[in-house]
Design a protein around this ligand. Structure first.
Ligand SMILES: [Fe+2]
Length: 184
């Protein structure tokens, strides 16, 4: 059964492995194989949001809830990541940098139970195609909030410094739509 504290400790220990990302992927895969356990530990999500489970210079663990139909602009991480879905679906679009700017490369749909590694040079945008929340564990091999990196404008694909506030605003906008649609 998923226990938040033990999961954090296991991830910390995994950082000492030769292939830390692969070790974390194994832990995330085991966790999302039992979504009920995660829901019991973290609670049933009711709104979109980025909930920090653990934050350190070498490790960030997020409980990330995507709003219905929510679409997040392209961004990079500049550190490895593992994404594990414990409810719903994430459609990832992967982009590549080129002299002509950002180029769409491929798409990958992640569904409940998937645990996938993302390399440190990945640029992706994320959409929740469902009309309900999607919930995921995101583990990063660094300080997700304080590492300078990039995001790209959805329309112009122009590169800008990554803004945590811009990302949070996307989650807020999604929750505003959610509240409107529920009449509350
Ligand atoms: Fe991301």
């Amino acid at each position: 059964m998923f226990e938040t504290e033990r999961f954090v400790k296991d991830c910390q220990r995994a950082l000492g492995e030769n292939d830390a990302q692969a070790a974390v992927q194994e832990l995330v895969a085991r966790a999302v194989a039992e979504p009920a356990g995660i829901l019991k530990a973290l609670g049933e999500p009711t709104l979109a949001g980025v909930h920090t489970i653990h934050k350190a210079d070498d490790l960030t663990i997020l409980n990330l809830v995507w709003g219905p139909g929510m679409d997040l602009h392209p961004h990079d991480h500049r550190m490895w990541a593992v994404i594990g879905i414990y409810g719903g679906q994430e459609d990832n679009t992967f982009w590549s940098r080129s002299d002509q700017g950002l180029k769409r490369q491929r798409m990958k749909t992640l569904v409940q139970g998937d645990a996938v590694p993302l390399g440190e040079n990945v640029v992706h945008s994320v959409k929740n195609p469902l009309d309900r929340l999607t919930a995921a564990l995101h583990v990063y091999g660094g300080n997700f909030f304080e590492t300078p990196r990039s995001e790209w404008d959805v329309e112009t694909l122009e590169e800008h410094p990554y803004s945590v506030e811009h990302t949070m605003a996307a989650f807020e906008a999604s929750n505003a739509r959610l509240r409107d649609s529920s009449g509350g």
